[in-house]
Design a binder for this molecule. Structure first.
Ligand SMILES: [Zn+2]
Length: 598
């Protein structure tokens, strides 16, 4: 719905509204359908009368400062205890950080003739925060360990007695470091020798922790089970999560060496606390693998190879026996794929290939490397390795589509539009703390506007989140990635809003930023965010490389855009305007057009 704008709007804003209908595209494209594109059906409105969202009622805090927020009539002056409120959006959303004295603080908020009062009581912060609970009881996920020494850990009040029962063994845990006072959360550790069941695995359904605090006894079960494997065994495991990172070392901060999809199989040769080492080299999170029953061989004997050129790309299928693990990369000249424990390929028949002119196969010890060389530079968007039900492996090579001439330049182009959060996950609550549209409402409105723009240009759009997703559901990240792979998407665009915590001092945070993972996405990311920032007047914070889960795919250029800050009253209101929807939709669409035209 078009909003009735308050009359006080500055000449500048009115001007930018008008400019929205003028040519603004990098492609020299003109759009004159603002009403249609920005009419998304998502209600982004808030009250234009005086309300107080934070604090919603009298509150008690130990913080020295508090951020009072709410809605107001934007055409009338607004003061808190007589001081003019500076952070105020065009739709009347306001926020003001106030200092609190110890005791009861009363704030009178005045908007024209309306008055509201906020009462905030500040208490002296306790010198230390205490706990009565035992938490983080290891294993927090279904864990694997070789027979031998195993260390249990948990967090519990300092000065207590903690023990844990693993099967029939009981072990006492010791507090790792002393604290100034009893009751402060402390880490406890204890080791024991685990024994396997002879040559068989032994499963402990849960580790049971007992906390004894001055005679008050409570028990906590670990969330995960523990499987004890015979020492010296090399169990076969299967990856249970798409885009699972393989790290160079037994260290989550180390380099990524591979990215595996659900189904990939390899053997574990070494075990760390959180990560396990695969025989391909590299470490994977233990929670992202499951044991494969019967401990089968991971040697993949390829019996035949097929190559097929299709509509949106080309397919190489390896008919073998195991979903092999691999390392891979792509650059403007070639795709490199090194499959481990694979045998039996000497050449790749590039039947009718328009993408590749040459394939090279080289064998090393226990791996096969396939290199496919592009006919032309930059004619590939990406690739995707898929494991099929019959244990064959298909590699999809995603061809860069051609821009068509005329009214529908994006005909044949598939774009996945990912509205951040949704359903039971509201994302950031924003300046009104849930009493107005949240991040998910704002991302959905922008996603719909983008869908409309892209469809008007002929693109096929796949939305990861349905508009009316119920409050009991959510679309988890790996589903969003799976939707993108299924769609053989040419582009992936994830829309989010930024925010900072309500008590942070950094409440002036503002502007747009964008994240990408694969190199190919960089220019797309840059042009999308520049266009958004330039047209909306928002600060351009940056174009950043990051390994966000949703953009971490090799299939197609993907970006995650943080359009603006919902914690900032001015940007919160701006993000709910037709201008924001219009410039985001046009900016991303134009970035796709420029990318394809390059
Ligand atoms: Zn978000």
């Amino acid at each position: 719905m078009a909003k009735i704008r308050p009359l006080f709007l500055s000449a500048l804003l009115a001007c930018s509204v008008l400019m929205g209908t003028l040519p603004a595209s990098a492609e020299g494209r003109t759009y004159d359908d603002k009403e249609k594109i920005t009419n998304t059906g998502v209600d982004l409105s808030t009250a234009t009368t005086l309300t107080v969202a934070k604090p919603a009622s009298a509150v008690t805090t130990t913080e020295e400062k508090y951020y009072i927020t709410g809605t107001s009539d934007p055409s009338k002056s607004l003061t808190i205890n007589g001081a003019a409120v500076e952070a105020r959006g065009e739709l009347g959303t306001y926020g003001m950080q106030v200092s609190l004295a110890i005791g009861v603080n009363t704030f009178v908020i005045q908007n024209g003739g309306e008055t509201k009062t906020a009462t905030i009581t500040r208490e002296q912060a306790p010198s230390v925060t205490k706990t009565t609970k035992l938490t983080a009881a290891k294993p927090t996920f279904d864990d694997l360990a070789f027979a031998g020494e195993y260390t249990l850990t948990c967090t519990a009040p300092s000065g207590a007695e903690v023990s844990a029962k693993v099967g029939s063994q009981t072990v006492k845990l010791e507090q790792v470091a002393a604290t100034a006072e009893d009751g402060v959360p402390a880490v406890y550790k204890g080791s024991l020798i685990l024994e396997a069941n002879g040559e068989e695995n032994r499963v402990i359904p849960s580790v049971i922790y007992t906390l004894n605090r001055d005679g008050q006894i409570s028990t906590v079960e670990s969330a995960g089970n523990l499987t004890i494997l015979p020492s010296g065994s090399t169990p076969t495991v299967q990856v249970n999560q798409n885009s699972s990172t393989v790290y160079e070392k037994d260290d989550l901060g180390s380099n990524f060496v591979a990215m595996l999809n659900a189904g990939a199989q390899d053997k574990i040769v070494e075990m760390g606390d959180t990560l396990a080492k695969l025989s391909m080299g590299g470490w994977i999170k233990k929670e992202f693998v499951d044991l494969v029953e019967g401990d089968p061989s991971v040697t993949n004997r390829i019996e035949s190879v097929a190559y097929e050129a299709g509509e949106g790309g080309e397919y190489l299928t390896l008919y073998g026996t195991v979903p092999s693990v691999f390392k891979s990369y792509m650059n403007s000249e070639k795709v490199y794929l090194r499959f481990y424990h694979m045998k039996g390929i000497t050449n790749v028949p590039l039947t009718d290939s328009e993408l590749f002119e040459k394939a090279q196969v080289s064998a090393e010890e226990d791996s096969l490397t396939l290199e496919l060389f592009c006919r032309e530079q930059d004619n590939l968007l990406g690739y995707d390795v898929r494991y099929n039900e019959d244990d064959s492996i298909t590699i999809f090579f995603n061809a860069k589509p051609q821009v068509s001439s005329g009214e529908q330049p994006l005909k044949g182009v598939t774009v996945v539009v990912d509205a951040g959060h949704g359903g039971m996950d509201p994302g950031a609550l924003g300046v009104l703390n849930g009493k107005g549209p949240n991040e998910d409402d704002i991302t959905m409105a922008h996603a719909i506007a983008l869908q409309k723009r892209l469809e008007s240009l002929g693109a096929t759009v796949v939305m990861t989140v349905p508009q009316n997703l119920s409050q009991q559901e959510k679309v988890v990240l790996h589903e969003r990635v799976e939707i993108t792979r299924q769609a053989e998407a040419d582009f992936f665009v994830s829309l989010h809003c930024n925010s900072v915590g309500g008590t942070a001092n950094d409440l002036k945070s503002k502007g747009s930023e964008v994240y990408y993972y694969e190199n190919i996405s960089r220019s797309f990311a840059q042009s999308a965010v520049s266009s958004l920032a330039e047209n909306t007047g928002r600060d351009l914070r940056g174009v950043y490389y990051s390994n966000y889960f949703v953009t971490r795919n090799s299939l197609c250029p993907g970006i995650l855009m943080e359009m603006g800050f919902v914690s900032n009253p001015e940007e919160y209101d701006a993000l709910r305007s037709a201008d924001s929807l219009w410039y985001t939709a046009n900016g991303v669409a134009d970035a796709i057009l420029s990318f394809l035209a390059a």
